[in-house]
Design a protein around this ligand. Structure first.
Ligand code: ASP
Ligand code: MG
Length: 423
């Protein structure tokens, strides 16, 4: 008998038919003798619909009331799924966030879970019931309803799995796992059998939107293995784990995003404080800056050298950021502000990079052969990112997928496969 936590996303509970199918599936586990906690999202599109309703009222909604509104979506699905289970003779009980309770801090719309009291859930499970828990919602210490940020049901599931000490947290969704890259761009992209938390975080934050980033962070922190699986198709999905294996593939995947824009301040006198002068106002305006580059400049025609300062922001923030730079530029004696509102970022991700030196060179050779012009480069221990013009995106991703043989199953290491007779 195992204790399992499963989470079904909005597209998996999008209709009564789908809810009935999930009920059958959950009952299958229960009949095998497992104890099951099911976390559900709101029916697909419901959270957006509720958000629009609030938007139709003039003025800015008070965050506390917004959370009261948005949490109703999940309350509908827990009731329906519990009914569907009861209907097929599988005893079940629904739990809102506050009935568990899942206690959070008071930051409405982006609350963080502080504590989960498990007694009520354990009592239901011990009584043979399936516990159906509303995702995305919690309760603050002063009794207000909170929500955990868009996609927050993933975090609810991971937090419950951590609190209950389950072996694995299963995230059921409309794709059958995490892929080496977007199959719409590379048709022979391959489903990964496993990926590390570190890699998944890079893949997720770079645009592979299978899981909420916060949920991956949480799972990594508490060491809860996650498995992403398809709701309506059989298959092993992708396991996201802490483990690294003896011989990791060098590259696990290629992430990309088309939503970037690039800004440059040219001819900035290189003095202490310029990075702050340029980026301070951007940060204060809550605009997220991604890659940052400052040049070493050899131009010493005056008492000080001049440098260039380049960074990327989401393209929706391009105009606002550019305006700010144009204000700052004369104040710091910069020559000019330039920018490109539409660029994309392509990243190779893989923990295997740590032990292989020539990945960057291989990457740049492929791009050179394809005549792709690179505008920016940045690296971490497990990632190499480049910024290129949008028109190169697909070419670059396909060429790199090919070069690193991502369509092929990674080779198994001999020693893992052959049992030894010495022992
Ligand atoms: N219903 C919420 C959303 O759409 C939470 C979730 O689905 O995870 O963001
Ligand atoms: Mg989701």
């Amino acid at each position: 008998m195992a204790l399992i936590v499963q989470k079904y996303g909005g597209s998996s509970v999008g209709s009564i038919d789908k809810i009935k199918k999930i009920a059958e599936k959950v009952k299958g586990y229960r009949d095998q003798g497992d104890q099951v906690v099911v976390v559900v999202s709101a029916m697909g599109g419901e959270t957006d619909r509720l958000t629009e309703l609030a938007g139709d009222l003039s003025g800015k909604p008070v965050p506390r009331e917004m959370d009261v509104l948005l949490s109703t979506g999940e309350q509908v699905t827990i009731a329906l799924l519990a009914m569907a289970l009861q209907h097929i003779d599988c005893d079940a009980r629904s739990f809102t966030g506050w009935q568990v309770p899942i206690v959070s801090d008071e930051y409405h719309s982006k609350a963080r879970i502080e504590e989960i009291k498990e007694a009520n859930l354990r009592a239901a499970l011990d009584a043979g019931q399936v516990a159906v828990v509303a995702g995305f919602q919690g309760i603050t210490s002063d009794g207000s309803i909170s929500t955990l940020g868009r996609g927050g049901s993933d975090t609810t599931a991971v937090a419950l799995a951590a609190a209950l000490g389950t072996d694995e947290c299963q995230i059921y969704t409309d794709v059958d796992g995490v892929y080496t890259t977007d199959p719409r761009v590379v048709p022979n992209a391959r489903r990964l059998e496993k990926i590390t938390f570190e890699e998944m975080l890079e893949m997720a934050s770079l645009g592979s939107k299978v899981l909420q980033i916060r949920a991956v962070e949480f799972a990594g922190k508490y060491g809860v293995p996650l498995r992403v699986l398809s709701t309506f198709e059989e298959g092993p999905g992708t396991l996201i784990t802490l483990e690294e294996y003896v011989e990791e593939p060098i590259i696990s995947g290629i992430a990309f995003t088309k939503d970037e824009s690039q800004l440059t301040v040219l001819g900035v006198p290189d003095r202490p404080g310029i990075a702050y002068a340029v980026l301070g106002p951007i940060g204060e305006a809550n605009i997220e800056v991604d890659m940052i580059l400052q040049n070493v400049s050899g131009d010493s025609s005056s008492d000080y050298t001049l440098t260039d300062f380049t960074f990327t922001v989401h393209k929706r923030d391009y105009e606002a950021a550019k305006e700010m730079l144009e204000k700052v530029a004369p104040e710091i004696g910069a020559r000019e502000v330039a920018g490109t509102p539409n660029v994309c970022k392509v990243s190779l991700v893989g923990v295997g990079m740590r032990s292989h030196a020539n990945v960057a060179a291989r990457m740049f050779k492929v791009l050179a052969d394809e005549n792709v012009n690179i505008r920016m480069i940045s690296t971490t221990e497990i990632k190499i990112s480049i910024v290129v013009e949008n028109k190169y995106l697909e070419l670059a991703v396909r060429a790199l997928h090919d070069e690193f043989d991502l369509d092929e199953e990674p080779k198994k290491v001999e020693s893992e496969l052959t049992p030894t007779d010495e022992q």
